[in-house]
Write a protein that binds this ligand. Structure first.
Ligand SMILES: [Zn+2]
Length: 77
């Protein structure tokens, strides 16, 4: 996915690899599967993608990949 549109109307580019707007997260339980053996491609596939809007700071968490709508978190204060 080359770009997404934030609620604040900012177009967030994801075309740069690696992207300054994209973060990867993995649960502690899933991470435990990689103790002592790290295959970066496999690890990447296990991670959830988080896109941070550079304009408003909202986090878009794609728990089920880019095909499903993300959960969007806004800064509270
Ligand atoms: Zn935004």
């Amino acid at each position: 996915m080359p770009k997404i549109k934030c609620v604040c109307e900012c177009i967030i580019s994801l075309s740069e690899i690696p992207s300054p707007n994209q973060y990867l997260i993995i649960s502690d339980i899933e991470m435990d599967n990689y103790v002592g053996k790290v295959d970066i491609e496999q690890l990447y596939m296990e991670m959830k993608i988080v896109v941070k809007c550079p304009n408003c700071g909202r986090l878009h968490i794609f728990n089920e990949g880019f095909d499903k709508a993300p959960i969007i978190y806004r800064i509270d204060n």
